[in-house]
Ligand binder design. Structure first.
Ligand code: ATP
Length: 231
């Protein structure tokens, strides 16, 4: 089932064309990677889908929008540089975030406990976030992004800054989460995209240059060549 349809989307910043007339559709329960080098337009697309930027032209349609009045309830978004309150513990941060999502104190507490387990940081729940590793922070960020049980989870370069262990843990978590929700994953590393995504959208200079499964893209290009372009 199509969950999201993007039609002829363009975004300009003061005359700079960041996204140029792109169209695509997402089927529910899949992980789709937006892959492209720095400046390709990945963040702009995610921020536009999240409703944080107004498109210059084009349309974004969520098929469940009729039942759900507020688009923010359908989407979970982890930005490329998430902001955490480093003096809070992981649990305090999630309880606070859940209350911002209108859960009662009791519900917020339950949801926080569940998500701390779900993303694998329950043992560190009473530790201050300032003491968390990069991978733990990203997992906490993912927990915050899904606190309101969204249908679509958008992750902007969630593993790019992590060491190999942190990267592995986050990719495994994404693999598990995609059983429950659609994931849009932005990255510039093809091997990461290959590991978790069902389909890829290759972006360059604000345009989709290729779309399809990894197998389809492999048949068309030599993987090594694409990696050289994006690394
Ligand atoms: P990165 O991986 O470096 O974040 P990206 O693929 O996410 O890159 P965007 O950040 O969406 O790409 O940027 C796309 C283009 O838009 C770039 O040329 C960038 O310089 C430009 N751009 C992004 N944000 C702004 C802004 N606020 N004002 C002006 N130009 C911008």
């Amino acid at each position: 089932m199509t969950i999201l349809k993007v039609t002829n989307l363009s975004k300009e910043y003061d005359g700079v064309s960041a996204v140029k007339n792109i169209s695509f559709e997402f089927t529910s329960g899949k992980c789709i990677s937006l892959i492209g080098p720095n400046g390709a337009g990945k963040t702009t697309i995610l921020r536009t889908l999240a409703g944080l930027l107004k498109p210059s032209s084009g349309k974004v349609t969520f098929t469940e929008m009729k039942q759900q009045a507020d688009i923010r309830l359908l989407i979970g978004y982890l930005p490329q540089h998430p902001v955490f309150y480093s003096w809070m513990t992981g649990k305090e941060f999630l309880v606070y975030s859940a209350q911002l999502a209108f859960l009662t104190k009791e519900e917020a507490n339950k949801r926080a406990e569940y998500l701390l387990e779900r993303v694998g940081i329950a043992e560190a729940k009473n530790k201050r976030i300032g003491k968390y590793s990069g991978g733990m922070k990203q997992r906490l960020g993912i927990a915050q992004a899904i606190i309101h049980k969204p249908k679509l989870l958008m992750l902007d370069e969630p593993v790019s800054s992590l060491d190999p262990i942190g990267r592995r843990e986050v990719l495994i978590l994404m693999e598990e989460l995609k059983k429950e929700m659609t994931i849009l994953f932005s990255t510039h590393i093809l091997s990461d995209a290959d590991e978790v995504s069902d389909e890829l959208l290759l972006l360059r200079d604000g345009e989709i240059v290729e779309a399809g499964t990894m197998d389809k893209l492999r048949r068309k290009y030599q993987t090594a060549k694409i990696e050289l372009v994006f690394q």
